[in-house]
Write a new protein. Sequence first.
Lengths: 256, 256
Amino acid sequence: MVAENKSHSTVNSVEVALRIIETLKEQGGMGVTELATELDLPKSTTHRYLKTLTENEYLVQNGTTYHIGLRFLGVGEFSRTRRRGFQMVKQKVEEIAEETGEKAQFIVEEHGKAVYVYQEIGEKGVKLGWGVGTRIDLHSTSAGKAIMAEWPEERVEEYVDTHGLRELTPHTITSHEALMEELEETRERGYGINEQEHVDGFIAVGVPVHNSSDTVLGALSVGGPVNRLQDDWLEQEVINLLLGMANELELNLRYS
Amino acid sequence: MVAENKSHSTVNSVEVALRIIETLKEQGGMGVTELATELDLPKSTTHRYLKTLTENEYLVQNGTTYHIGLRFLGVGEFSRTRRRGFQMVKQKVEEIAEETGEKAQFIVEEHGKAVYVYQEIGEKGVKLGWGVGTRIDLHSTSAGKAIMAEWPEERVEEYVDTHGLRELTPHTITSHEALMEELEETRERGYGINEQEHVDGFIAVGVPVHNSSDTVLGALSVGGPVNRLQDDWLEQEVINLLLGMANELELNLRYS
DNA sequence: GAACGTCGTTCCAAGAAGCGGAACAGTAAA
DNA sequence: TTTACTGTTCCGCTTCTTGGAACGACGTTC
């Protein structure tokens, strides 16, 4: 096995284990041979990793197939509750989903991706699609743009350099200049808009939430089908609701 | 490094990585040296692991300290949504919390532990303590006993042999015979009771939820301070609510 | 402002630990 | 019973992890 691309001096065994976890997440439960062929590893090696992860209770073995275990639930839950103020965010997202009836979420940037940290689906909201923990591009989401708008210019440039601007629909922003303009507008109006830039027929708005210092903590957003989220309702009621919620969160973060 | 206790032929590097994750979860963010002394590893080794996990986006580096990353959120979320019917459970737990005003949860057995899969806190509910992902002993919880009551006798014995019966309060069941009797009673009355067996002053009731086959999927439970959860209310209203919810879940699991 | 302590990071030779082909075992279908 | 799959164990070869030591980057103290 050669050094490959990754920067030298990382523990290869750990990366193999992580690849196994990711594959099990994407494909669901798998058997030893199945996983071995999928990852192009010898059966014995695959078996050793699965055994290691199972003995440490990170996987569960159901007869002949291995599954992602619930141990990850505790670690995942910790990853969001460790930051103060995040519990409060949950309630706000619930309120937003309740009031708008659409899909509401709190999104945070991590490793150059927009991560869904909390999500609640209102009664009209679409059940399918991205749930908690999903990682999507920043430049094609309302929350992502709301977050990036708060960044210094060089950080945005770094983002574009390392991640590029993937075209997901005909409406996606794909040029550096267009993105800079869009972020400027976002900053001025105080919230980000995603008009079918990530998925056709899906529209969303997102407002930034600031930390007690001036850094951006994340963004609250609401999204739904383009025919239901009309301009007037969206740009008045929904935006005001989001801005109010963000403000409450910021005040609570400052004085607690 | 010697073979230690673990059964031969597991990947040591993976276990080191997992220990790092667990330590970061328990202690919060840590620096390289801090973690190295905590785990009794050389600085360079610790650093290599942290780097590996960070490059794969499972940790985040905030200046000089490393934290659990949100990538675990996606894996954790998958671990509960992969089983069909679990989305529905979330709603039921919310309803129970709403109606009782106390802390309601859905608990599943995994690797001989009771794992909190969903939890919702009613308006009177105690905010502190165990949240989603927590793993506690089966024999000292209402949900755990409700689950174990469905097991064949030999499985219960296996549990006692491998896990023992830890005494957590003066009320905890600590003898094999007493446990068998208690499970018999639980089976007869149809629900499990935890009277300060896990924590002093805390009482709970739990009902099993069966899979479409006859195996037990998990248990719904409600708990609160002993002075508020009085016998009459608990054994009539709350139990009936739980039994009804469990029944709805079972029907939905059977026909979907 | 020089010197110190403390942090994180990089380097590289020694050897411990993971690798993987092959043989074995267990199960279900033909 | 045979065949064709599974998952699991074994063990010698060799690769990859290891960890002490040196380096670099802060920040603090005298």
